[in-house]
Design a protein around this ligand. Structure first.
Ligand SMILES: Nc1ncnc2c1ncn2[C@@H]1O[C@H](COP(=O)(O)OP(=O)(O)OP(=O)(O)O)[C@@H](O)[C@H]1O
Ligand SMILES: [Mg+2]
Length: 280
């Protein structure tokens, strides 16, 4: 079968085969990351079953589906967070900008700077607000001197919508902030190392509605520059913040499409049952 050119990349035709179970358009024109036939096992147990999906540049894609369907497991594949789990094994291929992230030549620390992660529970380091943000840039040598480091810290906090709230207390512990502020601090920390992709695993589930609204607003601003993959149990949140939505069921990607379509005209019965609250 002839190869074809999509965007600037040559893609082997076989790379574009969609598993039978998935309905909707899994491919995008300008992918930042591509997952091809990804399956993940914990020991013998299959947690993610043959998922093929693109993450576009400058898009927010939401992963939704019932508890245990493999959303977090798949999300963690994108920056090799599952490497830390002994019994976890991935099959298939994930690329970022065309590079295989599981290639032995790839440095995992650099990969995790390119593909940052924000967790369910805010997890600031036991350090000052300033040092929480400065930590990554220091490790990666991103600032030539302290002036540049100050600039990176200010810019990251500014972009995370936190600067005005913390600029007079940068030396206080990150943990002294409110939960919502801590989550924005963690987003600022991810931004500080200049990522391409930010993975968020239920980033608002520990936050009150006002803090949630602030994080959602932030996601909408960040989408201009970053690709964001967000796992959420809130259908309203998925509808508010995402461009595309992917619905998972028992490890399979059942349906993916424009968020508006998924929520108004789902094609698959399982998707419809879930979004209308009949299941999950
Ligand atoms: N560290 C682990 N060891 C063994 N099994 C695991 C581990 N983490 C997840 N699993 C299993 O893999 C499957 C997928 O789990 P995962 O956490 O990815 O689901 P999820 O969709 O994120 O669920 P939730 O919405 O509850 O967060 C589940 O059956 C879960 O029990
Ligand atoms: Mg999860």
């Amino acid at each position: 079968m002839a190869d074809e050119v999509i965007g600037t990349k040559e893609v082997n035709f076989q790379d574009r085969e969609v598993p039978d179970e998935t309905v909707g358009e899994v491919f995008v024109n300008n992918p930042r990351m591509t997952a091809r036939n990804v399956s993940v096992y914990y020991a013998e147990k299959l947690a993610v079953d043959d998922v093929t999906l693109d993450v576009g540049s400058s898009e927010v894609i939401a992963f939704v589906g019932p508890s245990g369907c493999g959303k977090s497991t798949l999300l963690r594949c994108f920056n090799r967070m599952n490497d830390t789990i002994d019994i976890c094994r991935m099959e298939g291929k994930i690329n970022i900008d065309g590079d295989d992230i599981n290639d032995p030549k790839i440095d995992v620390v650099s990969l995790r700077a390119r593909v940052g992660m924000v967790f369910q529970k805010p997890n600031p380091f036991p350090k000052s607000i300033f040092d929480n943000i400065a930590y990554g840039p220091r490790i990666h040598g991103l600032a030539r001197d302290s002036v540049e480091l100050d600039e990176i810290v200010e810019r990251s906090l500014e972009r995370a919508g936190l600067w005005s709230e913390v600029k007079d207390r940068l030396d206080q512990p990150g943990t002294s902030l409110s939960g919502g502020q801590q989550q924005r601090l963690c987003i600022a920390r991810a931004i500080a190392v200049g990522p391409e992709v930010i993975l968020m695993d239920e980033p608002c589930s520990a936050l009150d509605p006002i803090a949630t609204a602030k994080v959602e607003e932030l996601i909408s601003e960040l989408r201009e520059q970053y690709s964001i993959v967000i796992v959420t149990h809130s259908m309203q949140q998925a509808a508010r913040v995402s461009d595309r939505t992917a619905y998972f069921h028992l490890g399979k990607l059942v349906e993916v499409g424009e968020t508006k379509q998924i929520f108004t005209r789902p094609v698959h019965r399982l998707t419809e049952d879930y979004i209308t609250g009949r299941f999950g």
